[in-house]
Design a protein. Sequence first.
Length: 84
Amino acid sequence: MRRGIHPAYGPVVFRDRAANHAFLTRSTMSADRTIEWEDGRTYPVVDVEISDASHPFHTGTARVMDTAGRVERFERRYGKRGGA
């Protein structure tokens, strides 16, 4: 690898404010704010809007969209398309 062209890669804490959940990982992201982690060290912290702790798919609160009848409802509203 050539030196000086790659971003710095190091430990970063990602914090999901909605679920009050944080996890430590490595990333190229940087942050101005820091947080003291469970191991006593201070790491940069990046606040995220959603993570696996708050995403509806992972939490089991996802709603299944009703797809049955959508085509029929469209055809009732706008008529069937004529074959050419």
